[in-house]
Ligand binder design. Structure first.
Ligand SMILES: [Zn+2]
Length: 205
């Protein structure tokens, strides 16, 4: 498939078969993309930041790490990563977070609203949306535990490649929040490739 453009402040959902690869590109730099994954056979199984931190023993996830589900199954493997900086601590931006953090700005439905709409046809209700894996998002954690959202360090053309470890429904956005994206809203590009289950276990080795 060719590269698909996600317009600024919008989102999509699509099927990614086991063994297929997903490349997410930050075409202009300094732009976050929220990623969600659900088991295509049972969308009650979803990516879990807590399980992932448990099994990967780090919050700094990059090539060589896997993203795990709430049922302790690997869902995605990170096989390539030119950006090297992502976040799995913070939730998708939403109407409520806009009211909280940006009371002077117009309210936007944010990644949460975009993901809710894109995932609804697959049977994912808004309350089923977990903490997203926030590609290119730069969240600093201080020694005292305080967290702060900093501008992404991703440069134009940086990308991450993930391999599906099971058949997935994937949600993906171009993030809508001011602080997460260095104050401006850019598109995100992605492509899926590979033959599905037949290449499982080969790609990325
Ligand atoms: Zn967002």
């Amino acid at each position: 498939m060719s590269v698909v453009r996600i317009a600024p402040r919008s989102g999509v959902a699509f099927v990614l078969q086991q063994g297929q690869l997903l490349r997410v590109i930050d075409p202009e730099g300094v732009q976050v993309a929220d990623l969600l994954a659900f088991n295509a056979a049972d969308v009650r199984e979803a990516i879990s930041n807590g399980r992932t931190f448990d099994y990967e023993e780090t919050i700094a996830l990059t090539a060589g790490n896997r993203l795990w589900s709430n049922r302790s199954n690997p869902m995605l493997a990170i096989v390539e990563d030119t950006a090297g900086r992502h976040d799995f601590l913070l939730t998708p931006c939403s109407e409520a977070t806009f009211r909280h953090f940006y009371p002077e700005q117009p309210v936007h439905r944010g990644c949460f609203g975009n993901l809710s709409e894109a995932l609804a046809p697959y049977g994912v209700a808004p309350d089923m949306i977990p903490c997203a894996f926030n590609l290119f998002m730069n969240v600093a954690v201080a020694a005292d535990g305080r967290v702060s959202v900093e501008p992404p360090t991703s440069r134009a053309g940086d990308f991450i490649v993930l391999r599906a470890e099971m058949d997935l429904i994937v949600g993906l956005t171009a993030c809508s929040a001011y602080a997460s994206n260095g104050g401006s809203f850019k598109p995100i590009h992605y492509e899926t490739y590979g033959d599905g289950a037949r290449t499982a276990g080969r790609a990325g080795e």
